[in-house]
Design a protein around this ligand. Structure first.
Ligand code: NAD
Ligand code: GLY
Length: 357
């Protein structure tokens, strides 16, 4: 299998995508180089996939840490527990951290890899659709703070990513749908043909048609790889990957982490952002309608929970894209194209968009 490559000079890395791709873990390990491997997973994923990973690792397995399952555990407290386990295992600086699980495990294990002994090598084996199309590629690692999502973290690229699409067979339906939100995101911001393909193939994706899923994952990862290669540290174009997230993070944090899934909040956020774009005449109202219809077809929410305007204001100002006190929004200018706002938005337009149903 020819892996996709994320081009980042000497920090370039392969992304292996395919059914039963777990077998490529040995190729991934080869590209990473020698060293003992410490696995971070959780009690839901470990019984399903840790045995296969252990077999592939053989005597390179150094230890494991299972964090509690859930977004509410993506915290500094769990990070400390994971670090304690790594320290107690006696892993050295030439060790490798392997994340086996969804985005929560990946983000937390990545932050451990970024900080343990000032940074060790890192392998991502994502097992949710969301992690396979987004969080496992690109090197963003983080934990949440009570006051804001992903507020404590670091950029730390993995050395390889192994995406085994067959792991999606065991994924709960709600999680599959949540992952589709990030897939739709790529169509809106970057690829009109892919958006049309999604409109035509949403039923196949929801039925977990293996070929449709593989194609959607491959296109999503290629778009993400291209954007990350162009702008690793989010100085420019990478900010577009936050389409739907500015509103989504506020919803997630307001609802209490874990109550609205990340992908569900992003889905509603994408519809709100496209409503705003259409109200500001950045895009046509027909684009907004197509985005809303596709989010609906994926079985995802198209509007926020009932929130006070003050809750929105406080949350929006905590966004990582705030510059000089200005909240910047990623808005579609058409299907397949997006840009970031650089001027203040009239509060009544914002209020109307967050409140729309
Ligand atoms: P998650 O990690 O909580 O996984 C969802 C659920 O599915 C969990 O209960 C998990 O145990 C379970 N699960 C995982 N794989 C499974 C499988 N194959 N079969 C059965 N169950 C399985 O959620 P997620 O949606 O994968 O990730 C969300 C997180 O990702 C958020 O914290 C978000 O902030 C983060 N994220 C990070 C980036 C990034 O660039 N780093 C990008 C997007 C999202
Ligand atoms: N998920 C947004 C990014 O990786 O930049």
């Amino acid at each position: 299998m020819n892996p996709l490559i994320v081009n980042l000079g000497e920090r370039s890395y392969p992304v292996f995508i395919g059914a039963r791709a777990m077998q490529y873990l040995s190729s991934a390990l080869e590209s990473v180089g020698s060293g003992q491997v410490f696995v971070v997973s959780n009690p839901t994923v470990a019984p399903l996939y840790l045995p296969a990973v252990k077999t592939m690792l053989g005597n390179r397995l150094h230890g494991t840490f299972l964090m509690p399952d859930g977004e509410q555990y993506k915290t500094l407290a769990t990070y400390t527990e994971a670090l304690n386990a790594v320290m107690e295992s006696g892993l050295h600086r030439d060790g490798i951290i392997l994340a086996l699980g969804g985005g929560v495990v990946g983000d937390l294990a990545g932050f451990v890899a970024a900080t343990f002994q000032r940074g060790v090598r890192f392998l991502q084996v994502p097992t949710t659709l969301l992690a396979q199309v987004d969080s496992s590629v690109g090197g963003k690692t983080a934990v949440n703070h009570a006051l804001g999502k992903n507020m404590i973290g670091a950029f730390h690229q993995p050395n390889a990513v192994v995406i085994d699409t067959t792991t999606l067979e065991t994924l709960p339906e709600r999680e599959l749908k949540a992952g589709l939100a990030e897939v739709i995101k790529y169509g809106v911001i970057e690829d009109a043909n892919f958006f049309t393909w999604l409109e035509q193939n949403m039923p196949a994706l929801l039925q977990r048609d293996p070929e449709a899923l593989r194609y959607a994952i491959e296109v999503s990862c290629s778009i993400k790889a291209r954007i990350v290669s162009a702008d690793e540290r989010e100085q420019g174009v990478r900010a577009l990957l936050n389409y739907g997230h500015t509103f989504g993070h506020v919803i997630e944090s307001y609802a209490g982490y874990g109550n609205w899934l990340h992908g569900e909040a992003v889905a509603a956020g994408m519809v709100i952002a496209s409503h705003l774009a259409s109200a500001m005449q950045w895009c046509d109202v027909s684009d907004y309608r197509r985005i809303k219809a596709l989010v609906e077809a994926a079985g995802l929410p198209t509007s926020a929970p009932n929130m006070q305007w003050q809750d929105w204001q406080a949350g929006l100002y905590r966004d990582k894209k705030v510059q000089n006190g200005l909240v910047r929004f990623v808005l579609p200018t058409a299907i397949g194209c997006a840009a970031i706002t650089e001027q203040p938005i009239a509060p009544e337009l914002l209020q109307a968009s967050v409140a729309h149903q």
